[in-house]
Design a protein around this ligand. Structure first.
Ligand code: ADP
Ligand code: MG
Length: 594
């Protein structure tokens, strides 16, 4: 074939391929434009996972009517003038390509009004052909709608994944932008079904729950650091909370989501020696650096950045996250080891002040470095006798607890009670888990799990993989009093819950259940039912950090006393620690030598 210049149409479709790969990439570009326009509120509506419609409405600055045509032209932007500006860029966009690209592979309509214009204007572009400018009434701001993406490039359509996958990509995108811009109100819905809505009140932790689920979000550690013009904020998981891949690591640099960044390695370094091989942390981190420190023009979809001084960025991230990790969860649990005779098998989060105090007073001058997690001074390895340790309780889980006199709740996490033989510290979550589990299993054995219909059935959308898993478990869930019905593809409706969990959030329960299935690598065959019961109870039991009324505290204790195995949760962790009178006396030097 002879060389020839491509027609504008073909050239722009090829160029569009770089920017617009799937519905989520359209959403990303439109979202970025809205944020660049200073929007305080961004509403995204899609149908058919974005295939038939993607509409993004914002309340930002708007586009003057006489600039609308320029806006959809390639290499037309209001965000920079010269190439040098690239190193002063404070907007997300700068290539002037998105609208042109989208317009060449869809039916695009832009309606916009600036605050001072009396009326708005609308411009349509179909398959790259620009229509006439119309005058329309519209609120200040911009609405971009993209219909029938790739209608004129069928080859592209074939590369789209299942609706659920495309939908999940959009969900993931919105959630992450919502986290990065907590001051902006985001709303995502498909048809009339909203899937994400944030308040724009700046509270990142609330949005974190949309990304990770409530339980996980609550455990995440906050990171705030600043050094030499670099700022880092966000959340990282404590060492006990991990995933088997890096997918839950999110980095934003100067407000852009960057993927597969070398910054991931810096974060992983911070966890070095703290995680088992093959486990990865969760993180949502937001790095702000002076614009001249990064080159943002290295990727057509702007999904990567290059640092002028990569080592500086790397070590800043590494130190800031390591510091956060150690501050929240100092690694050597010296104090409990000394006090409880042997190390608890599960890592615990301990208030650093508390723990350090014990390091100093108990280790007779041998300060074991907080940095190293394996150094255990020999003096700590002996001394077994003093307490009923969690481990010895594990060996004898069936010992009943005596009648206990409730003293109260501490740290919104533990109950404290007195028994005839000393003091009991009870982990409210583990205890409640045990109570729920025994009740549920008892009902299950009698084949009579009372179930309660929900006034408003809860609808839950699941990713296809989870949906498949749930599908397999539906009969078992039914058995346990969860009436869950298919409600469209990969969506389910919870119609009834076990009465035992009447006050819990059904959608959260279902999601959490499936989340756990996903994490479990081995298929559940044996003891499937006990496992499911255990999971449900774990998810729905009161949490650490939840304030209980005196009545609730009493009820929990009374329930625990009637359990067959009150001393461990269904997963084998201790529900209580017992300090015997004898121990107390020894610890206070009233009796014997320490
Ligand atoms: P870029 O964002 O790289 O400048 P785009 O093709 O995405 O390129 O947008 C072209 C121009 O259209 C932008 O520079 C901006 O001036 C204008 N624009 C696009 N979307 C919006 C919006 N939602 N609100 C205000 N102006 C917008
Ligand atoms: Mg743009």
């Amino acid at each position: 074939m002879p060389i020839r210049v491509l027609s504008t149409e073909v050239a722009s479709q090829i160029a569009a391929g770089e920017v617009v790969e799937r519905p989520a990439s359209v959403v990303k570009e439109l979202l970025e434009n809205a944020l660049d326009a200073g929007a305080k509120s961004v509403t995204v509506n899609i149908t058919a996972a974005g295939r038939t419609l993607i509409q993004v409405a914002d309340d930002g600055a708007g586009i003057p009517a006489d600039e609308l045509i320029l806006a959809v032209e390639r290499h037309a932007t209001s965000k920079l003038v010269s190439a040098d500006d690239l190193f002063r860029i404070v907007t997300l966009g700068f290539r002037g390509e998105a609208l042109a690209s989208i317009g060449s592979v869809s039916r695009l309509a832009i309606t916009s009004r600036t605050a001072d214009a009396p009326a708005g204007a609308r411009l349509r572009v179909e398959g790259g052909i620009i229509g006439r400018l119309e005058k329309v009434g519209s609120p200040a701001g911009t609405v971009v709608s993209v219909e029938e993406l790739f209608y004129n490039v069928p080859a592209r359509l074939k590369f789209l994944k299942q609706d659920m996958t495309e939908r999940r990509a959009i969900d993931a995108l919105l959630t992450r932008y919502a986290l990065a811009y907590p001051q902006v109100r985001f709303k995502l819905s498909e048809g009339n079904t909203p899937s994400l809505q944030t308040s724009g009140d700046g509270d990142r932790r609330a949005i974190l729950a949309a990304l990770y689920g409530v339980d996980t979000a609550r455990q995440m550690l906050e990171v705030v650091a600043e050094e030499d013009g670099f700022k880092l904020s966000g959340f990282i998981s404590p060492t006990a909370l991990t995933r088997s891949n890096r997918k839950e690591i999110t980095f934003f640099v100067n407000g852009r989501w960057v993927q597969d960044t070398p910054l991931n390695a810096a974060l992983l370094q911070a966890y070095h020696t703290l995680l088992m091989v093959g486990r990865y942390p969760l993180a949502a981190l937001f790095l702000e650096v002076p614009p001249e420190e990064v080159d943002v023009n290295v990727h057509p979809a702007k999904a990567e950045v290059r640092f002028r001084n990569p080592d500086k960025a790397f070590s800043f991230i590494q130190r800031a996250t390591r510091r956060a990790l150690l501050a929240y969860a100092p690694v050597p649990r010296v104090a409990p080891q000394n006090l409880w005779g042997s190390a608890p098998s599960q890592p615990r989060t301990i208030d650093p002040v508390w723990s350090l105090a014990h390091v100093e007073s108990n280790v007779e001058g041998q300060r074991s470095g907080v940095e190293s997690n394996v150094v255990v001074p020999p003096s700590l390895k002996t001394d077994k006798s003093q307490l009923t340790t969690p481990n010895s309780q594990l060996a004898t889980p069936n010992i009943a607890v005596p009648l206990l006199r409730l003293i109260g709740q501490i740290g919104a996490t533990y109950l404290i009670a007195e028994g005839p033989d000393g003091l009991y510290l009870i982990d409210q979550h583990a205890a409640h888990e045990r109570v729920l589990f025994e009740k549920l299993m008892a009902q299950h054995e009698q084949k009579a799990i009372p179930s309660q219909a929900l006034l408003t059935p809860a609808v839950v959308h699941l990713p296809p993989a989870s949906a498949k898993l749930l599908e397999d478990q539906l009969p078992v869930l039914q058995h346990f009093g969860f009436h869950v019905e298919t409600f469209g593809q990969n969506s389910y409706q919870v119609r009834a819950m076990p009465t035992l969990f009447a006050n819990s959030d059904p959608a959260a329960a279902l999601r959490a259940l499936v989340e756990d299935f996903e994490e479990d690598e081995t298929p559940l065959q044996n003891e499937l039912e006990a496992k499911i019961a255990g999971r449900v109870c774990k998810r729905l039991a009161v949490k650490a950090g939840q304030v209980l009324s005196p009545d609730e505290q009493h009820a929990l204790l009374a329930d625990l006393e009637t359990c067959a195995s009150p001393r461990t949760c269904p997963h084998g962790r201790p529900t209580m620690i017992h300090l015997s009178v004898d121990t107390l006396e020894r610890q206070f030097g009233r009796k014997g030598a320490r």
